[in-house]
Design a protein around this ligand. Structure first.
Ligand SMILES: [Fe+2]
Ligand SMILES: [Fe+2]
Length: 274
């Protein structure tokens, strides 16, 4: 694609993003909590104070912390205790999951939400087994990889239904999106992640989860690529591009078993946040 064309596309994406009245902004408490987490001087009590202003957020976080995903032997009843046990990085993934759910669920539906949680769990799992990057950051990359799709659905739901139909009969999702909207969910995802002021690497993963070898940081994008492929609902037998798989040191001996495992690991989170 020429640079001129790319710039026009970016402009369209920005314009839509900035003029979409229905687009939920990050709730103030979430933004405040994320800022506190990023500040190395923050103490547990400060963050707990902010979070406790949002009862629903606190309740859901505690449910997640007590879910089988974390497998703590004893019940954790306070947000302070949860933070001490899990650490800020994991709390960040929980805050974002709880915050993004209503938007994704109401505009894109349960299927995309479940896929996003599975992709998050998958990316966390792969990052950990590869011993590459920060698994909690990988979780957020997986969680938000398709968020651009939600923005497109907020913008024009009918056009997206047409894309879904075309993809179901074999069309390439990015090509179909470009035809109907003039941009793709990967471009929109990156723009939204930037608007929300999340780390750049999360935007890169959103932008390149379909073509990770073109990313500025190929390994993280490839991790999300694998997690995305393996958690496709309709694709019972995950298919990978060999060039991508060979480019990083991740051996997938049994894709079906890995898929099973990730679906199983995700169940408790999906149950809490459904
Ligand atoms: Fe995608
Ligand atoms: Fe996806």
């Amino acid at each position: 694609m020429s640079n001129d064309k790319k710039q026009t596309d970016n402009l369209i994406v920005e314009q839509i993003l900035n003029n979409l009245p229905e687009l939920p902004s990050m709730p103030a408490i979430v933004a405040q909590a994320l800022n506190l987490i990023d500040d190395p001087n923050t103490e547990v009590k400060q963050l707990a104070d902010v979070l406790s202003k949002d009862i629903s957020m606190t309740t859901q976080i505690l449910k997640l912390v007590n879910s089988a995903y974390y497998g703590f032997p004893a019940q954790i009843t306070s947000i302070n205790k949860a933070m001490a046990l899990l650490g800020f990085d994991k709390i960040r993934t929980l805050i974002l999951s709880v915050a993004v759910k209503p938007m994704m669920m109401s505009y894109s539906g349960k299927a995309l939400w479940n896929h996003s949680i599975r992709c998050a769990v998958g990316a966390h799992h792969i990052s950990k087994s590869l011993n590459y990057g920060d698994p909690d950051e990988a979780f957020v990359m997986g969680l938000l990889h398709d968020i651009g799709r939600t923005v497109m659905q907020i913008y024009n739901k009918n056009a997206y239904s047409e894309i879904d139909k075309l993809v179901a009969i074999g069309a390439d999702v990015l090509e179909a999106e470009r035809t109907f909207y003039g941009f793709t969910h990967t471009e929109m995802g990156k723009a939204l992640v930037q608007k929300w002021k999340l780390p750049l690497i999360i935007g890169i993963a959103a932008q390149h989860h379909h073509n990770p070898l073109e990313a500025e940081e190929t390994v993280s994008a490839s991790i999300v690529y694998v997690a995305n492929q393996i958690t496709q609902e309709q694709l019972k037998y995950p298919v990978f591009n060999n060039e991508i798989i060979d480019s990083f040191d991740y051996e997938i001996q049994n894709p079906d078993a890995l898929r099973e495992e990730i679906f199983e690991l995700s169940k408790p989170i999906i149950e809490v946040l459904s």
